[in-house]
Design a protein around this ligand. Structure first.
Ligand code: ATP
Ligand code: MG
Length: 345
């Protein structure tokens, strides 16, 4: 009995694998085209990190994904997965190591949800019992009721449910790398936010290396450990942590791309615990103040402050102990120091 066979008796199996992904001076020119779709793209995604790829339409995001799993050939450069060139691998075998989720999901319409999820394990020759246990585990993991969903066909699911099945199928063989090309692009805003939250929670459990494409910069900020911004012609404009991109956009293109409401987005990344709070004993009336957890984002705190008519919020830690008071002034200071920093560049 191997590790995973024994693991399903002990509850959720370990998702142990993740591999570093490295793109080295990757260029792609499609046959018959003069322009490069991707030009000299170099970036490294550490094992277990989420790299979000953003950029205008036609900037080469999908091309990058298809180069990684060798659906199309490189023009020049190299791509390493776990330190090993993808060019040295047999493409079909390589693709079993890479979960691929696309916007249209691409579930097989004439197969049930269970059969869809079982695709790769079946190819790998897993035994029936092991496959069934895996399907059940994955459905639960993506927040679907296994007994209700397993035997349905894709047409009998909502768009969001289909998307989750797509993610479950991509995770089935525990691949060290996941490629997700606008996976939530066709989902309505409410379900989209829910799927984003679930993705973040899922990623905490499975810790895959993920390349995630989106058009939505807010989605990128929420999901990414790092964001790679491509400009037209497939040239990398900036590759950095979300906070760094918002506070120090590399150039005019990036700052236009991340938008004029950069300050608000930046607030979304700051936790109230990290701000210069007013000492809790310094103000009277704090007993009646509305309490917020130290992990609340500064942006959510701003919304609360606006609703409460500017009454200070009492920031408390996990045990309910007061850490300090958050006032409009504190947020104003944060924003004006950011603005000053932006002007000085
Ligand atoms: N098979 C192909 N043959 C020729 N050119 C192609 C082919 N596929 C894509 N391209 C071109 O390569 C460039 C990059 O396309 P790609 O699909 O990677 O963009 P993208 O960033 O994914 O765009 P979108 O945001 O619209 O999905 C575009 O100019 C596109 O027209
Ligand atoms: Mg695309």
């Amino acid at each position: 009995m191997n590790r995973r066979d024994s693991a399903h008796n002990e509850g959720p199996s370990a998702f142990a694998q993740a591999a570093e992904l490295q793109l080295r001076s990757v260029s792609k020119r499609y046959p018959g085209q003069h322009e490069f779709a991707i030009e000299e793209l170099s970036l490294t995604v550490p094992a277990g990190d989420v790299c979000v790829l953003v950029g205008p339409s036609g900037s080469g995001k999908t091309t990058t994904m298809r180069l990684i799993n060798r659906m199309i050939p490189l023009t020049s450069g190299d791509i390493l997965l776990g330190g090993r060139s993808v060019l040295a691998r047999e493409p079909r075998q390589l693709r079993r190591d890479i979960g691929y989720v696309i916007q249209q999901v691409g579930l097989f319409p004439h197969q049930t949800v269970g059969q869809n999820i079982a695709t790769v394990p079946r190819l790998l020759g897993w035994q029936k019992g092991r496959i069934a246990a895996r399907v059940e585990e994955l459905l639960e993991l993506v927040g679907l009721d296994a007994s209700a969903m397993r035997d349905r066909y894709p047409a009998q699911l909502s768009g969001g449910q289909r998307q989750r099945v797509g993610v479950a199928r991509a995770l089935a063989a525990d691949p060290p790398l996941m490629l997700m090309d606008e996976p939530f692009g066709a989902i309505d805003p409410i379900n989209r936010a829910r799927l984003q939250d679930e993705f973040v929670r899922l990623q905490e459990k499975v810790r895959k290396t993920v390349v995630f494409v989106t058009h939505d910069i807010d989605e990128a900020i929420k999901m990414g450990d790092r964001i790679a911004i491509l400009r037209e012609g497939g040239v990398l404009a900036q590759y950095d942590a979300p906070a760094a991109i918002l506070s120090h956009p590399a150039d005019e293109f990036v700052s236009r791309f991340v938008g004029a409401d950069r300050a608000l987005k930046r607030l979304a990344l700051a936790r109230v615990a990290d701000l210069d709070l007013v000492a809790p004993n310094g103000l009277v009336g704090q007993r009646n103040a509305q309490r917020v957890s130290a992990t609340t984002s500064a942006r959510d705190a701003l919304s609360l402050l606006l609703v409460s008519g500017g009454e200070p919020l009492l920031v408390v830690d996990g045990e309910g102990r007061a850490e300090g008071l958050l006032t409009i002034d504190v947020l104003e200071q944060l924003l004006s120091s950011e603005a000053a920093e932006a002007r000085s560049r």
